[in-house]
Design a protein around this ligand. Sequence first.
Ligand SMILES: *Cc1c(COP(=O)(O)O)cnc(C)c1O
Length: 353
Amino acid sequence: MTDPTAAPAVLSVDLDAVARNYRTLGQVSGLPVHPVVKADGYGLGAQVVATRLMAEGARTFFVARVTEGLRLRDALGSQSAGGPVIYVLDGCRAGEAGALRAADLRPVLNHPAQMQDWTTAGGGACGLQIDTGMNRLGFRPEDAPETFDGLALVLTHLACADDPANPMNRRQRDLFAGVVGRYPGAIRSFANSSGCFLGPDFAFDAVRPGVCLYGGGPEGRPDTRIAPVATLTARVLQVRDVPAGESIGYSQGYVADRPIRVATVAAGYADGVLRAYSPAGAVWIAGETRPLLGRVSMDVCAVEITGLDVALGDPVELFGPNRLLDDAAAAAGTISYELLTSITPRVPRAYSQ
Ligand SMILES: *Cc1c(COP(=O)(O)O)cnc(C)c1O
């Protein structure tokens, strides 16, 4: 398909908005921004997003998996050819250290076995993760190495930054501050997206945001300075009148209590329109917010359009500027991260500058 916007469902990505959010996060934190582009850039396309952010000045990126790092390295070129620094948050699993080194990727070392593997493979520039309370990945402060050859960056990850009043934030900050003194040459990387908004006490050397670059809030709507980036649009496949008493979709998920008009829309859970939207989901159609009716099926969903002027092929916004990503996520009982990373490969991505 040459024109992705002609597809039944399309994910439009506003790269200018990504660039604006990148600058905003830099201004708010007062620090260099090292974008997180794991999970294919939160589903929006890591290569395209990173290429644009490099044009904005980004020189260091984070991915989760080694495979993501290899792909990004291929796309952006080696560091000697002007490519960026790429950190892999997983670190290196046994046997992978050589491949990381060969691709000029830097593992974020999380435990002693990874340090050993990296050293055995020849070592070199790497990161280190300190676990300051999330109990997920990294060394506890008391177990952190005194020094490590090649250590270029040390990070920790906030568990509750979306709740600025939570004392956990300061506890994590203080634990991190207490250990990073050991690594005088290393960049101290602290804040994720919501951490960027915690204030100067929480600034170290660089920030590491993901979701706010892509227009999402960590939990609930993002700061008002963050611009929407992604729009999921689908097309109306059929319009019908449903008499009172009849049901719509699988399991009679909705029963009309009055005569209604219904649009069947070409987007379902195989596109990333979560089944969990039922019963609270809504879309933007013909200038109004209207409810989804009944179950989302694999390829289609149903929208109530009584009284609206809707024609075949009309666009329906599942999320975007009129139906905010975080509101859509909340309706499905989830967060923007999951909504974005659930958009499947069947949905073409269309980029605007
Ligand atoms: C995913 C991730 C981030 C980015 O988090 P956001 O909340 O999306 O800004 C930063 N650091 C680590 C270690 C992560 O896993």
